[in-house]
Design a protein around this ligand. Structure first.
Ligand SMILES: O=C(OP(=O)(O)O)[C@H](O)COP(=O)(O)O
Length: 274
């Protein structure tokens, strides 16, 4: 059977003993996709559909997959955005974990925040023009909405005519989004996933930097100020454990993998870069 081929499943519903009670728990994994062509070039990406770079593919293979398989994590369903970098990472992971049959549920509401008219710009070029403080406010400020995308932006038409966004309801297609707006659009998907997790389904959410931060805020209930300081590196699985009877978190989030590597990559994501 698959279970005997892979050994005991780490993220099967578990029974954890606390001081006097036994608690049934289930885990959820959140993962940011591998590096995209735009991450490598240090460009704002948002709703532009940049594919994984060769390095991003390697990152999925050498960072995400070993971390998941060493912890014997397996999945019943994967949630992804409609953007290629998230879907491609999900497919790579499922195929390498020998479970390509697991369904991938794509949802436009899990897309990266729309970076407005910054889309396609190099972060360093924007910092040279507007200052690092303004760039960090646009990148991390909870309520800071970047300038709306304009028709003159070379990605305007490729984004607004991309059929992957056909499910976006009329009137909800953004011109730019803050982290706060992203937190709000992710909320209904998070509610659905939470119900599935509490029913015992093993879920992987293969998403984007800002969406992962939105999920962290929903899950951990941290303040708007605290979430501005959270940065999510590519391909590092972040594992949460939930108490199935109370729905509450058991312990803190765990980032799987080499902790020194994770610290270095997190610092790189926080920085504006060259
Ligand atoms: O598209 C983006 O995020 P993604 O690579 O997670 O999809 C952003 O451009 C990441 O840049 P940021 O870290 O300045 O928010």
């Amino acid at each position: 059977s698959r279970a005997s081929a892979t050994g005991p499943r780490f993220n099967r519903i578990r029974t954890v003993s606390s001081s006097q009670f036994m608690t049934k728990t289930n885990r959820l994994v959140i993962l940011r996709h591998g590096e995209s062509d735009f991450n490598i070039e240090n460009k704002f990406c948002g709703w532009h559909d940049a594919p994984l770079s060769d390095f991003g593919v390697q990152e999925a293979l050498t960072v995400a997959i070993p971390a998941l398989s060493q912890s014997q994590l397996e999945f019943d369903v994967v949630y992804s955005s409609v953007l290629s970098r998230s879907r491609q990472t999900a497919e790579l992971i499922l195929s390498k974990l020998n479970c390509a049959y697991v369904p991938i549920k794509e949802d436009w509401r899990l897309c990266e925040r729309h970076y407005g008219n910054l889309t396609g710009c190099r972060k360093r070029t924007v910092a040279d023009r507007y200052g690092e403080e303004q760039v960090q406010a646009w990148r991390r400020g909870y309520d800071c909405v970047p300038p709306f995308i304009e028709e003159s932006n070379r990605y305007f038409y490729t984004i607004c005519s991309n059929p992957i966004f056909d499910d976006v309801p009329r009137g909800e297609f953004p011109l730019a989004e803050s982290l706060h707006m992203c937190v709000d659009r992710v909320k209904p998907v998070w509610k659905e996933v939470r119900r599935e997790v509490l029913k015992g389904s093993r879920v992987l959410m293969c998403v984007h930097g800002t969406v992962a931060r939105a999920l962290v805020q929903h899950i951990e209930g941290i303040s708007n100020e605290a979430i501005e300081k959270v940065n999510i590196p590519n391909c590092v699985p972040r594992v949460y454990e939930f108490d199935l009877s109370t729905g509450g978190l058991v312990g803190a989030a765990i980032n799987l993998g080499d902790q020194e590597y994770i610290r270095r990559k997190t610092a790189q994501v926080a920085a504006i870069g060259d």
